[in-house]
Design a protein around this ligand. Structure first.
Ligand SMILES: Nc1ncnc2c1ncn2[C@@H]1O[C@H](COP(=O)(O)OP(=O)(O)OP(=O)(O)O)[C@@H](O)[C@H]1O
Ligand SMILES: [Mg+2]
Ligand SMILES: [Zn+2]
Length: 455
């Protein structure tokens, strides 16, 4: 039988099928299946397997050595710096600032005396030099190469000593000559990444891979890569805003809940040490439908504005439009407000927005969202100096959340004078929270509704 010369590979998940289909049966994505050259079949084993070396769990083990990059927000997300002999994937939308971030990281390490290689398969060396000049990094003693050839890179890396960091921008442009598929295909991306990661583990340097994310999945999304690397960072942000969020989706050497906050300017990305001030910068008080949430991102408290807009529905099923929060969580909250507080919102169009473009996943946001909704429906602004946090249960009860003290402290630091929060079980003397903040403890959502008397 003739050997097949091509096969069909889903560019999103890497599943292989015998023939083309519009939808991938494995991951359910549409229009992701592309024809690729067949992989060479492995021949019969040339030698029997060697005896496997097994070890016990007990034994001496050191935590992995870390190298601080010198960009505080990046070091924070990585879990305290770069780990030697590890691979990190940085994904993000086109133009979000991936190359900028990694160039700054590379330059920072280089200036601190580490050996760094920056390989670009997307831009010519001149383009990178221009960016470096704009960012004021042109004097950083780092090595630069513009190539897509993994074989050439591998040869160069094998000859290197004491490399600290290698940046590959981007993995989708890399090409390994032993694989017939075109750059950007799943097969090629996987083979190139495998080769580069292998060398990183062997030589002990940190490898940073830039990965593109496209909604259509036409390029091999980082999904196939996610399993191969030690950490996956997502670089997010709203193009209309100056700030960017770096979030860990996976980290074999650290927690995944920390976020890094940066501000983007023509001089590059700078650390934002106090995100609350940034997120609240555009807030205008005394508007109905707005409430400030005292949230927690990783170990850091962050204040955010939640905005709700209600509109009469002309007929048909009402719209629920949510940006930055969970749609099903909103549906639950609306049902609870209806059933337990007799607040009729179900016939109205509801638009909910977390101002600034950050995504909240904490249930503690329930109370702030509820405050924004109640404020919108009553037409009464929330207290301008108040923050809200607490989880809401199905019977309308307001539940405790973690880190009350940290949230109150952040609110006080930013000049807030009042906090609406869940009733605390063990109360100390008085209900004064941190730094003179007036705390208003409530046990049921109806107590919150009572704070907005009808006009
Ligand atoms: N001359 C400039 N002045 C100010 N800001 C600039 C300038 N050039 C680029 N930027 C900013 O940098 C961003 C692009 O950054 P960068 O090239 O690092 O993104 P990227 O994620 O690597 O993009 P790509 O996916 O195209 O590789 C732009 O969106 C813009 O905000
Ligand atoms: Mg780029
Ligand atoms: Zn698939």
């Amino acid at each position: 039988m003739a050997k097949p010369t091509s096969r069909f590979v889903c560019q999103a998940c890497g599943a292989v099928t015998a023939k083309w289909a519009g939808k991938c049966e494995t991951c359910g994505e549409w229009n992701t299946i592309a024809e690729e050259a067949a992989e060479a079949r492995p021949g019969p084993a040339r030698r029997p397997g060697a005896k496997l070396l097994v070890e016990t769990l007990a034994g001496s083990a050191e935590p992995p050595p870390r190298r601080q990059i010198g960009i505080a927000e990046l070091d924070r997300v990585l879990g305290g710096g770069l780990v030697a002999a590890s691979a990190v994937l940085v994904g993000g939308d086109p133009g979000i600032g991936k190359s900028t971030l990694l160039l700054q990281a590379a330059a920072s390490l280089a200036r601190a005396g580490s050996r760094v290689l920056y390989v670009s398969g997307e831009e010519a060396a001149d383009q990178i030099r221009l960016r470096a000049r704009r960012l004021g990094l042109e004097s950083a003693p780092m090595q630069l190469a513009a190539t897509i050839n993994v074989r050439d890179i591998a040869t160069a890396l094998e000859a290197e000593r004491d490399l600290a960091l290698v940046v590959i921008d981007s993995i989708q442009t890399m090409w390994l000559d032993s694989v017939e598929s075109a750059p950007g295909t799943v097969t090629q991306v996987r083979a190139s990444a495998f080769e580069l990661i292998r060398i990183a583990k062997q030589r002990g340097f940190s490898l940073a891979l830039v990965g593109h994310v496209t909604k259509e999945g036409t390029l091999a999304g980082p999904r196939v890569l996610e399993h191969m690397v030690d950490a996956v960072l997502h670089f997010e942000g709203d193009r209309g805003h100056q700030f960017r969020i770096l979030r860990a989706a996976k980290n074999r050497y650290g927690a995944t809940y920390e976020i890094g906050v940066f501000e983007m300017s023509d001089r590059g990305l700078s650390d934002v040490a106090n995100p609350s001030a940034l997120f609240l910068a555009e807030r205008r008080g005394h508007i109905a439908g707005s409430a400030v949430f005292a949230g927690l991102e990783g170990t850091r408290p962050v204040l955010l504005e939640i905005q709700a807009l209600l509109a009469a529905n002309p007929g048909g099923s009402p719209r629920r439009s949510v940006v930055g929060w969970d749609g099903s969580r909103l549906a639950m909250l609306l049902a609870v407000l209806d059933a337990r507080c007799d607040l009729k919102l179900s016939g109205l169009d509801v638009y909910l927005n977390v101002a600034g473009g950050l995504r909240i996943s904490e249930p503690a946001a329930d109370l702030a969202v509820a405050a924004a909704l109640i404020s919108a429906v009553t037409g009464r602004p929330t207290h301008a100096g108040a923050v809200y946090f607490g989880e809401v249960g199905l019977s309308g009860e307001v539940r405790q959340v973690a880190q009350t003290a940290a949230r109150l402290k952040e609110a006080a630091k930013l000049g807030f004078e009042r906090a609406v929060l869940p009733r605390r079980v063990a109360r100390g003397s008085g209900s004064v929270g941190a730094e003179g903040l007036r705390t208003d403890e409530i046990g049921h959502l109806a107590d919150l509704v009572a704070q907005f008397p009808p006009v």
